[in-house]
Write a protein that binds this ligand. Structure first.
Ligand SMILES: Cc1cc2nc3c(=O)[nH]c(=O)nc-3n(C[C@H](O)[C@H](O)[C@H](O)COP(=O)(O)O)c2cc1C
Length: 369
């Protein structure tokens, strides 16, 4: 049904316009009490066996919405209504910015993929903090806040920009993510090098502790799939050394390998997401888990289309999983299908709990070696 609608309506529209239209509908439904109760009952069923404890937080399930969909924190309840169990808002930058000129979002339908060069279009840390402060949640959900660098701020002053966002936003974050992996802000990914990452993460940690005294806000870093294996190991080691709470793997890729889609769209500048990212994101996750085990919470994202993909990420070491692109192609039943399928897989698996399944494939491989 959604596929038919997608082909007849959304596919013929500019992707960014379609995004905002869908967004409006979701927000409208979430503001209408009877409708939102009905939709949530249908799309956000809770499975006891999927109850998850991650980052010191209790969640209903492991699957959530990846950053970038709700950059300004305007649809948290709407996305919770659709069954996403945690919502990562942002990327929010220190200062407001319009992002790159349009067109900046492209569909590769045959590949079930997207290319985007949005460039962190967002209202900035002050406005988003004010929105989060005045929010009265309808659904109990976990809210992650993903922060990045304002484009006009030079790389050498990046730390100050992240610290500014942290001071304004940490109080409203169930967890905080330092995004150093978007390909659409010039120089941003250089911050993944440990010489740059160490002072950045240290400063953000200190800023979070300074501004929120009542609890320790979990801090994660989000990395690119294009890092070389040694660099992934270096980030993993640094994360352990600094006592970071988690790593999110991965952001979009600049690679265009293995695409079925032909034509100019493939050459659009930006980050590729969706199905073609699946294999590399899984590989990065496996590598991270092999390195850090359960010392750090891993979040798997990139090309998760269905419950089987999500299950494979859990077996590869992810405690939480996230999706974005497949939501565009699969529609409103996406999160529901994933949680339902995960619960079914867990029931027929050899694992008593979801926690037992985390990283099981990697541990098995290590034992066999
Ligand atoms: C249009 C678009 C915008 C995005 N914006 C952000 C962002 O602002 N911050 C971020 O950390 N990731 C952003 N992402 C990356 C996603 O959070 C996710 O890491 C990536 O798309 C891989 O997941 P997927 O294959 O399920 O889409 C964006 C992705 C898309 C498609």
């Amino acid at each position: 049904m959604y596929k038919l609608f997608f082909n007849l309506v959304f596919k013929r529209m500019d992707p960014e316009k379609a995004h905002y239209l869908a967004f409006r509908w979701i927000r409208l439904a979430a503001r209408t009490p009877v409708l939102r109760t009905f939709v949530a009952a249908a799309l956000a069923p809770r499975y006891k066996e999927l109850r998850t404890e991650a980052l010191g937080l209790r969640m209903h399930g492991p699957f959530g919405l990846a950053a970038g969909f709700d950059k300004n924190a305007i649809a948290i309840d709407g996305m919770a209504m659709l069954g996403f169990d945690h919502i990562e808002i942002g990327t929010v930058t220190g200062e407001p910015q319009p992002g790159n000129p349009k067109k900046r979002l492209f569909r590769l339908v045959q590949d079930r993929a997207l290319i985007n060069r949005m460039g962190f279009n967002n209202e900035g840390s002050l406005a988003v903090a004010a929105r989060l402060a005045s929010r009265s949640p309808v659904f109990r959900t976990t809210v992650g806040v993903n922060i990045g660098k304002t484009k006009v701020v030079p790389e050498a002053e990046a730390v100050g920009d992240y610290v500014k966002s942290t001071e304004r936003l940490a109080a409203f974050a169930d967890y905080l993510v330092v995004n150093v992996s978007s390909p659409n802000t010039p120089g941003l990914r250089n911050l993944q090098a440990t010489e740059a990452l160490r002072p950045l993460l240290t400063a953000v940690r200190e800023a979070a502790d300074r501004s929120v005294r009542s609890r320790r806000v979990p801090l994660l870093v989000k990395i690119a799939p294009d890092l070389a294996d040694e660099d992934i190991d270096a980030v993993a080691d640094l994360a352990v050394e600094l006592g970071l709470d988690g790593v999110i793997a991965t952001n979009t890729t600049i690679s265009r390998e293995g695409l079925v889609t032909k034509g100019d769209v493939v050459d659009e500048t930006g980050g590729l997401s969706g199905a073609p990212l699946k294999e590399r994101s899984l590989e990065v996750l496996r590598r991270l888990y092999a390195r850090v085990g359960d010392r750090i919470t891993l979040v798997g994202v990139g090309g998760i289309e269905n419950a089987e993909d999500a299950w494979q990420r859990i077996l590869a070491g992810a405690t939480l999983v996230q999706g974005y692109s497949a939501f565009i192609y699969e529609g409103p039943f996406y999160a529901r299908a994933i949680h339902k399928g995960l619960a079914a897989r867990l029931r027929t698996s050899p694992y008593a709990t979801l926690a037992d399944a985390i990283g099981a494939d990697v541990r098995k491989k290590a034992d066999a070696a």
